[in-house]
Design a protein around this ligand. Structure first.
Ligand code: SF4
Length: 640
């Protein structure tokens, strides 16, 4: 299980221990902790633990014990963010090899002098000694993702001309010195080094330079080379849903070959968008790595390994690559969890205990989108007898729409895994059935998760338009030119689907970003998305929006803001932009301008005195997202 900063490292030690112990019980072979700062100046923010501080020892002693009692092993990640650090909370300025401004931290760091470099190397050694003293089974040196050691290795951020920079060999000197110091501090304990296999930043290290660094680190005492991809500043998506599964394993394969050619026998670890054990098996069988590291899949389902080994892979709750409850939060101060598994980080609040409710308790859940699926699962898990009503043909709600978008097939896979889990829990799932208030009489509690309907807009000619639900359903048959009124996340997704086509595979992404040789297929349609106010994709997560908007623009989607709509005409949408009237020509006009709650059932239940809870979009569409929907579903199902 790869390293993830959780923003829970300074919280309740027992809760952090429960989080990691559950993943150990779920089959993780080795857990790498979230980055633990070797000094305050290297901390990624106020939520980071600093290894030398006393509260760190108390917290991590509890965690290590819990993981060991669960039969697992855990290594401490030694972290220094360099110019990406956010030490303002401690009144400090970031340090780095050179004073190169960082857009990520919005700071220009101080260039380390020889004394500072020696002190930083000593910090790594001391931190590793503390970690092993606390009982960790090993340490991992973070030299990837554009952090301090990576900054020394890169010509983009290391502008020095001294013993620590000036050419490729001298740029390697700092990561090598840190590795040697840690190796000598921890004796025979395992030392992993996570390097950046490809920085994906213009002008940065070449593949040959990266390979040489890997060999030098092995010589310096690394026991394994863990391969990360990309910096926080790179403009190539690496962790978003649009990135094909296992897209970067050719990089770990190249490094593995380079190490073998140099006679270094250290194992190579592959990571990034490897989402299932079946994919991991393919990476290993193909000789692309010796070990596979997954991080977010363990948030989505802590039991991914154990369940897959037990032949129950179809019940594994897959990570959908949304980043909304994990990476996006890790950049702020909010505790990390998981959209599709809101228990993540809350294991003590929602324990995996035996059923707490008598089987006779009858719960109805109406609507099987994210909130309803999770409510039904949580209620059945707690021991209730659950009936789940869904008006559509299958469970999944908005996840079924998203599942059609290129790169988002995991959304549909997620709905399928819920179907299997609900089946195992004995939930009576009635699809194609619109529940009425009359038939809900007799249930002890009803969870209303009836979701949303597309918001209507008042505009001359609006009867000529279709709503976004129809557009998704008929995406293969829409005309050559499509204009979308609305430019939030749904409109961006729809535009992506329309230009790529419903049968798009991973090829275009791989070709476009140089990961495969081939000709780029032409966009399938001419699409315009537009909105009155706000930015294109506003409301999407911070790590997703830029990549999704960049992606559709590259595919020729026209994006307009500050639009005043005049009318929908037979040949398109008449608009005014910057005082100029224009006809946006279109064969089909789609309305994707928000949603309104579908909540009539709640009123009918109230008038009959039937106990109920309203969750998800049916409760409120303001700020609605899947994170809130799943969490509300969990709380309602658990409490019902
Ligand atoms: Fe995956 Fe989204 Fe959960 Fe993060 S929040 S682990 S990206 S499903």
């Amino acid at each position: 299980m790869g390293s993830m900063h959780l923003n829970r490292e300074r919280g309740d030690p027992a809760a952090l221990a429960a989080f990691y112990a559950e993943r150990a019980r779920g089959g993780a072979g080795l857990i790498i902790t979230g980055g633990a700062a070797v000094s305050r100046v290297g901390a990624g923010g106020a939520g980071y633990g600093v290894i030398a501080e006393p509260e760190f020892a108390r917290t991590w002693h509890t965690v290590v014990q819990a993981v060991h009692e669960a039969g697992g092993r855990i290594a401490l990640q030694l972290f220094h963010a360099g110019r990406y650090a956010l030490p303002r909370a401690f009144g400090l300025t970031p340090v780095a090899p050179s004073a190169v401004y960082s857009r990520f931290s919005d700071a220009t760091p101080i260039a380390l002098d020889d004394e500072g470099i020696a002190a930083t190397i000593a910090d790594f050694a001391a931190a590793s000694r503390i970690g092993i003293g606390l009982g960790f089974d090993g340490v991992e040196i973070m030299a990837s993702e554009g952090y301090l050691l990576n900054q020394f290795a890169s010509p983009v951020t290391n502008l020095r001309d001294d013993a620590w920079g000036g050419d490729a060999a001298r740029r390697c000197a700092f990561p090598v010195a840190v590795t040697r110091a840690v190796r000598s501090a921890v004796g025979s304990a395992p030392v992993l080094v996570r390097i950046s296999g490809a920085d994906l930043v213009e002008g940065s290290s070449t593949p040959d330079e990266v390979d040489a660094l890997a060999v030098a680190l092995a010589d310096a005492g690394a026991d394994a080379v863990d391969v990360g991809i990309g910096w926080h500043e790179s403009r190539v998506p690496t962790v978003q849903s649009m990135v094909p599964h296992a897209a970067f394993t050719q990089v770990s394969a190249r490094i593995r070959a380079a190490l073998a050619a140099a006679g270094a026998t250290v194992p190579v670890i592959a990571s990034n968008r490897i989402n299932t054990l079946a994919q991991a098996e393919r990476v290993l069988a193909g000789g692309e790595a010796d070990i596979v590291s997954m991080a977010r899949p363990f948030l989505a389902d802590p039991h991914i390994v154990a369940a897959s080994f037990a032949g129950r892979e179809a019940t594994v709750n897959p990570c959908i690559g949304c980043n909304e409850a994990c990476i996006d939060r890790s950049f702020g101060l909010e505790p990390v969890s998981c959209t599709v598994n809101p228990r993540a980080g809350r294991e003590l609040e929602f324990p995996l205990a035996a059923a707490s409710r008598p089987r006779g308790t009858r719960i109805a859940v109406v609507g099987a989108g994210p909130a309803g699926m999770e409510a039904a699962r949580a209620a059945a898990f707690a021991g209730a007898q659950v009936t789940l009503f869904e008006a559509g043909d299958a469970i999944g709600g908005q996840f079924l729409l998203a599942g059609a978008v290129p790169g988002k097939s995991d959304f549909a896979a997620n709905a399928r895994s819920f179907a299997r889990v609900l089946d195992e829990l004995g939930v009576d799932v009635r699809t194609g059935h619109e529940a009425t208030a009359e038939e809900l009489v007799g249930f002890d509690h009803v969870v209303v998760a009836t979701g949303v309907v597309p918001r209507r807009v008042e505009l001359p000619g609006v009867e000529r338009a279709v709503d976004y639900v129809q557009a998704f359903a008929e995406a293969a048959r829409l005309g050559e030119r499509v204009a979308v009124i609305g430019a939030g996340g749904i409109a961006v997704d729809l535009a992506h689907l329309l230009v790529e086509g419903v049968d798009a595979g991973p090829d275009r992404f791989l070709i476009e970003h140089g990961l495969r040789v081939g000709a780029l297929p032409a966009p399938r349609r001419r699409v315009t998305i537009m909105r009155r106010t706000g930015a294109i994709g506003a409301g999407m997560g911070v790590t997703t929006r830029w990549a999704a908007v960049q992606e559709i623009r590259r595919r020729g989607v026209r994006t307009l803001t500050g639009v005043t709509y005049r009318a929908i005409e037979p040949s398109g949408v008449r608009v005014e932009v910057d005082g100029t009237e224009e006809l946006i020509e279109a064969d089909v006009v789609v309305i994707a301008a928000g949603q309104t709650p579908r909540a009539q059932l709640a009123g009918q239940l109230a008038s009959r005195g039937i106990a109920h809870t309203v969750v998800g979009g049916a409760r409120n569409t303001a700020g609605l997202n899947a994170v809130a929907a799943f969490e509300e579903g969990l709380r309602a199902g658990d409490a019902a």
